[in-house]
Design a protein. Structure first.
Length: 331
């Protein structure tokens, strides 16, 4: 009953301090209430123990104090409150376009570019519960792995299943963007975003990255591009007669094109050279693309003094009944 209780007249609670002198008076009065009897010796009384009535006689005064306290609290008008929120969320529609070309298996990231990109992208998705997320993958061609959805568990599971080799090898950045734009063009969201992550140069597909960027601008879609790869060289997987071997090869990312694509659509280009830098990039995009939420709070107060009053009367009745029955005293 005392949970979420406030008082309309809290000044009455100061009356509770009056209980302190009452306790002092009770102690002083009972200190002198001892019957006297002249006898030759107290030896017969030493083995006698206190009865339960002698122990419980102080409970009568305690019950009286509890009743007084509850009455004071009733005077202070205790009130409980019911609060609820009416919230409206403007989520963002985000399509994540991920490069699956064989070069994404390079090990300048831990454990490699693809797995690092997947893990950090999943962290990003987990932190945006109000947004619709879609997933597009591309290499030599592109396809939709998951359409826009608020069921992030589905998106995360599909992210885990992504691996290099699902599609023909190559780097069709323009096609990856075009497929992402197709998923967003009919969206009614106020903010539509593509996050494209690649580690190479557009060398496949029928649509150039800049053409895709122009289409994105038409549909008011922002594109954030991320170039993944360390500076200089990196260990790339190479197929040999003895299986996959890793050879240090020059990192080639068409940063000029990625930057033009991003800027022409109102987005931004980022370069990730290691896991930490990639995490920082996702954090920055997360801060730039925050969902807008309008929250209205409502509060209803309910008078609770009747409960305190009835409880006080119940305790007082218990004290009176006990005083004149179980703990009745004879003058």
């Amino acid at each position: 009953m005392l949970r979420d209780i406030t008082f309309a007249n809290p000044e009455f609670l100061f009356l509770l301090f009056g209980i302190i002198p009452l306790v002092g008076w009770y102690w002083w009065r009972n200190r002198k209430l001892h019957a006297t009897l002249q006898i030759s010796t107290t030896q017969p009384f030493r083995t006698l123990s206190l009865s339960y009535k002698q122990v419980l006689r102080h409970a009568l005064f305690a019950l009286r104090l509890i009743a007084i306290s509850l009455l004071i609290m009733a005077l202070a008008r205790p009130q409980s409150s019911d609060a609820w929120e009416d919230s409206s969320t403007q989520g963002i529609d985000i399509v994540m376009a991920l490069d699956l070309s064989s070069s994404m298996l390079a090990r300048d990231f831990e454990p490699n570019r693809l797995d690092a990109s997947k893990n950090l992208a999943m962290e990003f998705i987990t932190g945006r519960p109000n947004d619709r997320i879609g997933l597009v993958v591309f290499a030599g061609e592109s396809f939709t792995q998951c359409p826009l959805t608020t069921d992030h568990a589905v998106v995360l599971n599909l992210f885990k299943d992504i691996k290099s080799g699902l599609v023909e090898d190559g780097t069709a950045i323009g096609m990856g963007l075009a497929t992402s734009i197709t998923r967003l063009k009919d969206s009614k969201a106020k903010s539509k975003v593509v996050i494209l992550l690649t580690d190479g140069v557009n060398n496949a597909g029928e649509i150039s990255p800049m053409t895709a960027a122009e289409i994105a601008l038409t549909y008011n879609i922002r594109i954030y591009t991320i170039g993944v790869g360390s500076k200089g060289t990196a260990p790339y997987p190479v197929q040999t007669p003895f299986g996959i071997r890793y050879q240090n090869m020059k990192v080639e990312i068409d940063e000029d094109v990625l930057q033009q694509v991003a800027e022409s659509s109102g987005g931004e280009y980022f370069r990730a050279t290691d896991n930490n830098k990639l995490r920082e990039i996702y954090t920055r995009i997360d801060e730039m693309e925050k969902s807008k939420m309008e929250v209205k709070k409502y509060r209803k107060k309910n008078e609770e003094f009747v409960s305190f009053l009835l409880l006080a009367l119940g305790v007082l009745l218990m004290e009176v009944v006990t005083r004149y029955t179980v703990l009745r005293s004879i003058p």
